[in-house]
Design a protein around this ligand. Structure first.
Ligand code: PLP
Length: 365
């Protein structure tokens, strides 16, 4: 296997893939694959419950939150969120720090629902998140949405925004954590809703996790499609219809890996910090590579960088590929390079990338 720096669907822990492979044809002596089981069978219910229990344990999710296992990607939440949270009026407030936040804003605009831009980093080209005091909520704010880690720009919040109106009323804080969830410990109680597409730190594509505080289950617009209603989904234990069973099972294996092999999120964060420090250190030490993000907001998960001469981009990518370093091309909207260093990307992978970058610079720089 090669080193995979893909932004998503991303690398999975090799031990998880091996276990899935061992159980692929015959899950624990039952004579069938998890893919072939009824989602209502005792075996699958046990898989689903264990997966949720491990996810809750990893993040220390309080009892007054539900965890929903959904389809539709993180993108579907861009519309499910306002449909579930604006039923009592008010507007959705946004902090815009990059392309994913912009897409969330575009979707609420498309739905014609009230919204307000509480702060944006557009003026600095999304190279630094807005300072805390720059976030000003509208007087009718129903919730504040932000993107913890902008996957394309490599811009991450280094603080948790305070979701408070000027009159001192607290509103729910809603966070897109698609590309940073499970990379470090988290105080879930600071949030109303956290959501994430699975295909980075959770498991394969096709699954989306939503962590929702109980009091937010009853604020939906009416009518709302039943497959979009958080309360109905929670009551049906994420089985209103057939859930993505195999992705759910694989996510469960990733949670077990995080708990048993890594030791938990404190340990995971230390590893992720080391990986990111090494790569940013190598970029900063060179005149050939550059990353534009303000140091406190540099993402530990997605490290975009450019070469001093963009005419060398295609040679860099081709040679990296030949060296077994895959998927380093930056997002099509920004160009350059991007190394995604999600949980399953090992320190060895980062060391190999840094060695390749130094060698390329020496030969071509
Ligand atoms: N939000 C963020 C921060 C992302 O990185 C992505 C995908 O890369 C999305 C949302 C969209 O996720 P999905 O493709 O699951 O809809």
């Amino acid at each position: 296997r090669h080193y995979n720096f893909c932004a998503g669907p991303a690398a999975l822990p090799e031990s998880v893939l091996k276990r899935a492979q061992a159980e692929m044809l015959d899950y624990q002596g039952r004579g069938l694959s998890v893919m072939e089981m009824s989602h209502r069978s005792d075996d699958f219910i046990a898989i689903a419950e264990q997966s949720e229990a491990d996810f809750r344990a990893l993040l220390g999710i309080p009892d007054n939150y539900k965890v929903l296992f959904l389809q539709g990607g993180a993108s579907l939440q861009f519309s499910m969120l306002p449909m579930n949270l604006l039923g009592r009026g008010g507007s959705a407030n946004f902090v815009h720090t990059g392309i994913w936040g912009k897409k969330a804003l575009a979707e609420i605009n498309h739905l014609g629902l009230p919204h307000h831009l509480a702060a944006s980093s557009e003026s600095n080209g999304h190279t630094a998140v807005p300072p805390h005091e720059a976030i000003v909520l509208s007087d009718d704010a129903a919730y504040l949405h932000f993107t913890a880690n902008e996957t394309i720009g490599g811009l991450a919040f280094d603080y948790t925004p305070n979701a408070q109106r000027r009159d001192g009323t607290d509103v729910p804080l809603v966070c897109d954590m698609s590309s940073s969830i499970l990379s470090a410990p988290l105080d879930v109680s600071q949030y109303g809703i956290i959501y994430a597409g699975a295909q980075k730190n959770i498991g394969p594509a096709g699954l989306t996790l939503v962590i929702v505080r109980d009091d937010l289950l009853d604020q939906a617009q009416s009518p709302i499609p039943s497959l979009f209603h958080y309360r109905g989904i929670a009551e049906a234990k994420s089985m209103v219809n057939t859930p993505p069973t195999y992705a759910w099972y694989l996510a469960g294996l990733v949670f077990q890996w995080l708990k048993d092999d890594i030791g938990g999120l404190v340990e995971m964060e230390a590893i992720n910090q080391r990986k990111a420090d090494k790569l940013y250190g190598a970029i900063d030490a060179s005149d050939f590579y550059a990353n534009p993000i303000a140091t406190p907001n540099r993402s530990r998960m997605n490290v975009p960088f450019v070469l001093a001469d963009s005419a060398l981009d295609s040679a860099f990518l081709a040679e990296a590929d030949n060296a077994g370093l895959l998927n380093l091309k930056g997002h099509r909207s920004v160009g350059g390079m991007r190394a995604s260093l999600y949980n399953a990307v090992s320190e060895d992978a980062v060391d190999a990338l840094i060695a390749f970058m130094a060698d390329f610079e020496q030969r071509r720089g």
